[in-house]
Design a protein around this ligand. Structure first.
Ligand code: ATP
Length: 306
């Protein structure tokens, strides 16, 4: 009986492992090649990021026929500058970041990096030049070391540790049962939203991309983590072309330029001061958020007094 049981048991084990690996692979493909229809054009050349100025020129885009999402969107991010995009949920902010990474091809218009049309360069060279810290980071079912080093697989161990230190996650990792070899992801240790975002920041720091996209998480992290992460992002964004998709206006008040989106169009643009002076949508959103923050801190005080 045992003779029969052992091989069957082993087969069951192999089956489960294969099933898990397939699930991982599926996730990875979803992540890396989300849209297989995006292909390199014949004769595509390598992107030369150089000083990495970004331009969107009259971009129109739909995910599906009959529902246009972006309407005639134009803006420039001069090399080394940072632009923030704000607007209501569903106005098209994250779509801009997906298009800059060329997860989708645009319908009409052009997206240029350093004067090169991104639809004419190889995807590999494009994705090397652009780093994303997304809203919700997907972790691989692997060690935390692998998850950070994935930003640049040829990095040395010391470089990986240094990136983790900069993202304020090194000490946390050192306190895990297996330190950097601790498995994370769905089948390993579950990390909080803030911890996952730090992993994504460490990846981005290690990758040192010419262009950095930061898609701020919708749900607020606790304010200490938030401040530490914001400070770190500001540090890595210095002299780097940066696009920040922001939900909390207070985090982007010092951006070189702020774009305000509504229903797929840019309806206002300028610095924080200019937009406040214009007294339009941004000024109204700012006023609302200030009130919300005041109410929240009054609520906190009330709780601590109780
Ligand atoms: P939020 O602040 O909530 O993150 P957003 O401004 O970033 O929103 P986008 O994610 O850019 O908004 O979405 C813009 C519009 O495109 C939304 O109406 C959304 O429903 C639609 N959309 C987003 N992703 C897809 C997709 N993969 N397929 C079809 N429609 C999509």
């Amino acid at each position: 009986m045992l003779q029969l049981y052992m091989p069957l048991h082993f087969l069951g084990f192999v089956y489960r492992e294969i099933k898990h690996s397939l699930a991982d692979m599926e996730k990875m493909f979803n992540l890396l090649a989300e849209h297989e229809e995006i292909k390199d054009k014949p004769g595509a050349t390598s992107l030369i990021p150089g000083n990495a100025a970004v331009s969107f020129e009259r971009v129109n885009f739909s995910y599906e026929p009959n529902r246009q999402i972006l309407f005639d969107v134009s803006f420039d991010i001069p090399a080394g500058r940072n632009i923030a995009v704000v607007g209501h949920s569903g106005s098209g902010k994250s779509t801009l970041s997906r298009l800059l990474f060329r997860f989708y091809d645009i319908t009409t218009g052009r997206i240029l990096i350093n004067d090169q049309d991104i639809s004419h360069v190889t995807q590999q060279s494009l994705r090397k030049a652009v780093g994303i810290v997304p809203q919700d980071t997907v972790l691989f079912n692997d060690s935390i070391y692998y998850n950070i080093a994935y930003g640049r697989p040829d990095a040395s161990r010391e470089e990986v540790f240094e990136a983790a230190r900069s993202a304020h996650i090194h000490d946390f990792i050192e306190n895990l049962p297996d330190k950097y070899e601790t498995r994370v992801g769905e089948r390993g240790l579950k990390l909080s939203g803030g911890e996952k975002q730090r992993v994504a920041i460490a990846r981005a720091i290690l990758k040192k991309p010419a262009i950095l996209i930061f898609d701020e998480a919708t749900s607020a992290l606790d304010s200490n983590s938030e401040k530490a992460i914001q400070a770190e992002l500001k540090r890595i964004a210095v002299n780097r072309t940066t696009l920040t998709i922001a939900h909390r206006l207070s985090t982007i008040a010092d951006a070189d330029q702020i774009l305000v989106m509504s229903n797929g169009s840019i309806i206002e643009r300028g610095t924080h001061r200019e937009l406040l002076a214009a007294n339009g949508t941004y000024a109204y959103m700012w006023e609302l958020q200030q009130q919300e923050e005041q109410n929240a801190s009054a609520g906190d005080k009330h709780m601590t007094q109780k």
